[in-house]
Design a protein around this ligand. Structure first.
Ligand SMILES: [Zn+2]
Length: 423
């Protein structure tokens, strides 16, 4: 979650659960990773000792009896899926995590050719973003990222299935998405990163969490961490300590990388984490128009207004209305009324975070989307429990990507969003 949960869920989060049985979970033992390679002309070397013992209540590591085949969410399963199924696109390692794990992107289409003549800030001062975006400024580039927080699986599953659609026309259930296939053909470039934070995702040894009705304690424990007795650290309290001390008792959750940093709130203008740097390098190279940053932590799927250049506010408004309207018409919101669900008042501005940083780096509109969770349900406006099946969660993921890509195709991207390309 990048923003948080509604008041009802936060009340649920206050419930204390005490478990006497615990499992001591040796994640890595003593592992020294030396990795050296040549990526995009850069020599990468990472040396990272990891020696942590995590204590998690045993019940927290329970999986459902039945996990749908389309629910591909672990680092190993995603890596295997990409290796076996990406043929039209290319798999590229864009960087190495703090813990020495490769970060993989899948790219489709032809990248922008050539470079601009100035920095992004310089182009704003000059009054024309084309000076930064270069000769291919009017090409349109879509980027999707997931699992900045390792305990938020829905975005990973969505991204894997989106890749399946781009490769075969069908998701892993066999459902066709003709609108995605059509709009993908109109975009010049698509870049998808199923797991930005493989350290955080690897810390949670589950493919799918057990469903726990309206109690979000376990989901939050696995995501944002907690004490050995099973109590959660809490959100947003977890953000008071970045980097966090991974050697403390309990479980640090899937938020941080192996350096203890939640990269949604990295030190963007200072010494950046390797995951952030990989995203920055990629964003500078590709100059995407639109970035969708998939998180989990809402009752129904919601898009957050980013802290970004004011010139992009009306662009976000249109994107928000497009995506939320389609989600509503698809039966994936609280009500069936788009006027209610696509009301801009639902999305107050976020604090400065990764998405604001990506915007100021390259001019992209970068937005967080918060998915409901497979592990617990929130309550809708009427107080009714908003249970969503894994199938509905996947539909919401793919609908969001579909509408975001349609929006990009119809509006023409950054070069067309601002009048005369002005700042
Ligand atoms: Zn998150």
């Amino acid at each position: 979650m990048a923003q948080g949960l509604d008041a009802q869920n936060k009340l649920n989060a206050m419930h204390n659960i005490n478990y006497t049985r615990r499992v001591t979970f040796f994640l890595s033992g003593l592992l020294i990773i030396f990795s050296q390679g040549n990526l995009n002309g850069q020599t990468l070397k990472s040396v990272k000792p990891v020696n942590h013992t995590y204590q998690i209540p045993q019940d927290y590591l329970r999986e459902p009896d039945k996990i749908p085949a389309f629910w591909i969410s672990t680092v190993d399963d995603v890596t295997k899926f990409l290796k076996q199924n990406v043929h039209k696109g290319h798999v590229e390692i864009i960087g190495t995590s703090a813990g020495g794990r490769p970060i993989r992107a899948v790219v489709y289409g032809i990248p922008r050719n050539g470079k601009g003549t100035t920095t992004f800030s310089g182009s704003l001062g000059f009054g024309d973003v084309r000076a930064y975006r270069g000769p291919d400024h009017d090409k349109i580039v879509y980027m999707g990222i997931a699992a900045v927080h390792g305990g938020e699986f829905e975005g990973i599953v969505g991204m894997v299935n989106l890749i399946a659609v781009l490769e075969t026309g069908k998701d892993l259930r066999g459902k066709e998405w003709p609108d995605i296939t059509a709009v993908a053909g109109k975009l010049n470039r698509i870049i998808l990163i199923p797991i930005v934070n493989p350290d955080g995702r690897s810390r949670i040894p589950l493919r799918m969490e057990a469903y726990r009705d309206t109690d979000l304690t376990v989901a939050e424990y696995l995501n944002t961490g907690g004490k050995p007795d099973g109590k959660i650290t809490g959100w947003p309290q977890i953000k008071e300590f970045i980097p966090m001390d991974l050697t403390l008792p309990g479980f640090p959750g899937g938020y941080p990388n192996d350096a203890g940093v939640n990269i949604q709130h990295d030190n963007f203008f200072g010494k950046r984490q390797p995951e952030t740097q990989a995203l920055f390098d990629l964003a500078e190279r590709e100059r995407p128009d639109l970035i969708i940053n998939m998180h989990t932590g809402a009752v129904h799927m919601l898009m957050h207004r980013p802290f970004c250049e004011p010139v992009l506010y009306p662009v976000f408004d249109t994107l928000f209305r497009s995506v939320l309207t389609e989600l509503t018409l698809s039966g994936l919101q609280d009500t069936k009324d788009p006027l209610i669900e696509a009301d801009l008042g639902r999305s107050p501005m976020s604090v400065f975070n990764l998405d604001g940083a990506l915007n100021l780096l390259c001019g992209a509109l970068s937005v967080v989307v918060e998915s409901p969770s497979h592990a617990f349900s929130g309550k809708g406006q009427s107080g009714k429990i908003a249970f969503q099946t894994p199938e509905m969660l996947l539909d919401a993921q793919l609908t969001c990507h579909q509408e975001a890509m349609k929006f990009l195709s119809l509006t023409g991207g950054r070069s067309k969003w601002t009048k005369n390309n002005q700042k």
